[in-house]
Design a protein around this ligand. Structure first.
Ligand code: APR
Length: 276
């Protein structure tokens, strides 16, 4: 590991500053979940292929609710069969090491951070979670687990009448929708911890960005908040991206061009040797 990086990690571990980790689909790539902008992302309806950016919209749900649910239930099945990888486990160790100095902000809806053991209190799921659903009318703004009976769907499974019954709001009987942020929607605090994420960013001394292409709004605001206060920014990615440029143009910035499953365990080992 770069000696300058090791020194900064040791100093951070011995200090009292806040560590914020911002993750994207790249951290789950090693768990065999296709990244969002990777080639596997498309979905076919009839003879037409749709990109995620077309499927993951309120507009598409309004027109084809069953097709959108089929796509999400298929993705839920992929996520359920996936396992957390060493990158996820390393973040659980970081939370155990730093406790209230630690916050995880994730764009991933695959639930792997929670399954690995990160706490719901310190994990801000800013794009929602595919294992949950909510009332399309937002009758009581509650979020419900997707019924277990629907979590084993295969790619070409149709939606049955019974499935549609299970996808009704338990409070008011209207349709439910996946509890995820769609491309034609905006962040908010209630469902996506929007203000909490920005507040944490303003208090962050060390920001680790892992496996994200920097394409979305709130993550860019988080990185900018830390950068403009000269916080330490480490971008972990297998290729250069806007966040690696943001890190490298910072006074204390690092671009670690490695998979998260390798770089994150190395960082945990470095934190643990800080005292010695
Ligand atoms: N380790 C680290 N980074 C990786 C790895 C890996 N093993 N494999 C891929 N990556 C990187 C890619 O280089 C890319 O920069 O992960 C990033 C994945 O980028 P995207 O697929 O765009 O995913 P993400 O940045 O999470 O997308 C953000 O946009 O599409 C919306 O809501 C959706 O949550 C998603 C958000």
């Amino acid at each position: 590991m770069d000696h300058r990086l090791e020194k900064i990690l040791h100093e951070f571990a011995k200090g009292t500053g806040r560590l914020t980790v911002l993750t994207g689909a790249g951290i789950s790539a090693e768990s065999n979940i296709p990244t969002f902008r990777g080639p596997e992302g498309y979905w076919t309806i009839g003879s037409k292929e749709y990109q995620p950016q077309e499927m993951a919209t309120y507009q598409m749900f309004a027109q084809k609710p069953d097709e959108v649910w089929r796509w999400y239930l298929y993705r839920l099945g992929v996520c359920k069969r996936a396992l957390p990888n060493p990158g996820h486990h390393a973040l659980v160790e970081m939370e155990a090491l730093f406790k209230n100095r630690f916050t995880l902000i994730t764009q991933n809806v695959d639930n792997l951070h929670i399954r690995a053991g990160n706490s719901l209190d310190r994990t801000f799921q800013i794009h929602g979670n595919v294992f949950f659903m909510r009332c399309i009318k937002e009758c009581r703004r509650n979020v419900f687990p997707v019924p277990e009976a629907l979590t084993g769907k295969e790619k070409n499974d149709p939606l049955t009448g019974q499935d549609r019954q299970w996808l009704l709001c338990p409070d008011c009987g209207n349709r439910t929708r996946p509890h995820v942020l769609w491309f034609d929607e905006i962040y908010n605090e209630h469902y996506y911890r929007y203000h909490s994420a920005l507040k944490v960013a303003r208090e962050t001394e060390l920001l680790m960005v892992v496996g994200t292409s920097g394409a979305t709004n709130l993550p860019n605001q988080v990185v900018w908040e830390v950068k403009q206060r000269n916080g330490i920014i480490m971008d972990i990615n297998i290729e250069k991206n806007p966040f690696s440029h943001a890190a490298l143009s910072s006074e204390q910035g690092f671009f670690i061009q490695q998979p998260g499953g390798k770089a994150l365990p190395d960082m945990v080992r470095c934190f643990k040797t800080a005292g010695s």
